[in-house]
Design a protein around this ligand. Structure first.
Ligand code: 5GP
Length: 180
């Protein structure tokens, strides 16, 4: 384990097993169609790549970025769209891969975004959910893991752009982000 981490909460094997279940759930739902799978960068990158590779259904891939964090552990205000999609999603079934639903504000912003752009449907698959932190009433259609309220890193999730490449998900030591 990385020395800046306190405890691993999800191992590489646990993540891989559950991502396969999410992919099977999506295959069942989208059999015979070609949805657009959207990755919300950067935190969802690892999850997204593993998820779409585990799917049997034909999917198109697209990427966008919404972010409310600077280099901090507390979301700063209203989420902003930082990078737009490459293609139109009007009339398309959209699968959105999220890294984590925390306050829920990012997900509300994204739901509005896809509705405004005329998506036929939106299916949200999140790797993690922290329901105890919710500020707005929103939820994903499929949640891989529900976790406690702690600041976590790894498997795409960062602190100040670090730790994204850890293959597991771990709680970051407080001393790394708490300064005097
Ligand atoms: P929300 O808008 O739901 O409050 O925030 C969602 C975003 O906050 C996630 O997509 C993620 O980027 C970030 N986030 C929330 N909790 C954590 C966490 O524990 N660790 C990291 N690294 N990012 C988090």
């Amino acid at each position: 384990m990385h020395e800046d981490c306190e405890r691993v909460i999800l191992t590489e094997e646990e993540i891989a097993g559950r991502v396969k279940e999410a992919a099977a759930w999506l295959d069942e739902r989208f059999r015979g169609t070609t949805p657009v799978a959207v990755c919300n960068l950067k935190g969802s990158a690892m999850f997204f790549c593993d998820l779409v590779r585990a799917m049997q259904t034909d999917v198109e891939l697209d990427f966008m970025a919404v972010s409310s964090y600077g280099n901090d552990t507390i979301a700063a205000g209203r989420p902003k769209i930082k990078k737009h999609l490459f293609s139109s999603v009007a009339g398309r079934d959209v699968i959105l891969a999220e890294d984590i639903v925390d306050t829920g504000r990012t997900l509300v912003t994204l739901r509005n975004f896809f509705e405004e752009r005329g998506a036929k449907s939106l299916t949200v698959v999140t790797l993690l959910d922290k329901p105890s932190r919710r500020k707005v009433n929103v939820s994903a259609d499929f949640t891989c893991f529900t976790i406690e309220d702690a600041f976590i890193v790894g498997y795409g999730l960062d602190y100040a752009e670090k730790y994204r490449n850890l293959p597991y998900i771990a709680i970051l030591k407080r001393e790394i982000y708490e300064h005097d």
